[in-house]
Ligand binder design. Sequence first.
Ligand code: PLP
Length: 460
Amino acid sequence: MVDIKAISERDRSSVLHPFTQLKDFASGKSGDPTIVTGGKGIRIEDAQGRAYIDGFAGLYCVNIGYGRTEVADAIARQAYKLAYYHTYAAHTTEELAILSDRLVRMAPGKPSKVFFGLSGSDANETQAKLVWYYNNLRGQPKKKKIISRERGYHGCSVVSGSMTGMSFYHDHMDLPFAGILHTGAPHYYWGAEPGETEDSFSRRRAAELEALILREGPETIGAFIAEPVLGTGGITPPPTGYWREIQAVLRRYDVLLIADEVICGFGRTGADFGSTLYGIEPDLVTVAKGLTSGYVPLSGAIVGERVYAVMEEAAERVGAFSHGYTYSGHPIAAAAANAVLDIVQKEQLSERARIVGSHFQKRLKERFAQLEIVGEVRGVGLLGAVEFVADRQTKRRFDPHHKVGARISKAARDRGLIARAMPHGDILGFAPPLIVSEAEIDEIVDLAYRATKQVMDELA
Ligand code: PLP
């Protein structure tokens, strides 16, 4: 039996929780921590015995669902055999070599090598260093600035946090870092001008990107980083034509493209990668989350041929590639990732996400699109969002003090559904495990609908 009181007290007095209002938590005003004790399939359970459908797969990562013993067995086997060795100076393990080869074969673009890290944030930090390294080595030392998008999310470390295009991730922390620039978000609902089509909106966003590159000087712009589908910034699929237009600009000015596949990778959108779905040909690809389904920490910065060729060619001149972590390519993480990818492939989870995802998108629209506080219902595959507004005609937002998104998320939770109040606006986000069934989708959408109706009644 879990001692809820003792654990809560220990936690409250010692854990610095991410994304938690510290004073309310310290004083108990925001309640006790939720002590998560178990999980199976799409559900988790807390210490009080309450079960929740996890409609967000942890943080969009537990794609294969909870409690997969195949992965636990693979982790244990590797731990018994060899719990740790590093990958410096050309050391490796069998699981790592298998995993890396697999990723190079399946990743979008023209992948050549994989640098392993522990989180999406550190992988994007690595990507920035690779952009700088590549341009130094090929004699373009000024070509260092990196452009990301407003409302993009790329992590919380110094450079990745700067790439993240939401000011509340920067405030009071001296970010963004110099040399990281932002361009407009690809969100048609909020960004389009009256009468503008999706295609012309995409062209305008690409023209803005081009204007920014020209203003700064193309010889100073090293890379553009973006998620195929904008994730934490609101779960927003790109408008039609967006990726074609953007890539044309990047090619014109010799700017590398980093596809941040941390959420989209390994099936979430109904394709193996978001890049596959939208015809993106990246030079560098970031993966994490779904790579191990969150069972252990692991990320990858996948380096395309174009960048790697320059690195190898310069090696005699510059010496060893001096970047790496104690835990780069950790054998237990590699074993877990191989077991996860076995499941993803055997159970055809990308295809499943496409089929069940189309049911999900249809049900979300049927249930929510007509509600008077719903501005937009959007998504792709098993990523979805409902955005709430005070006035559908004028697209007037709710007064932030009403905390409409957070209240709906809380009302859903009280009914046993975890759906995330996204941080930018009043948005309820969904990203269930990819093993979810159509019946479970109906249950998720129904619970979210009833939670929304409850808050609508409270607002009336
Ligand atoms: N990139 C994207 C697209 C993400 O969604 C996230 C996390 O949500 C990250 C990077 C950062 O990953 P991590 O939290 O593992 O550092």
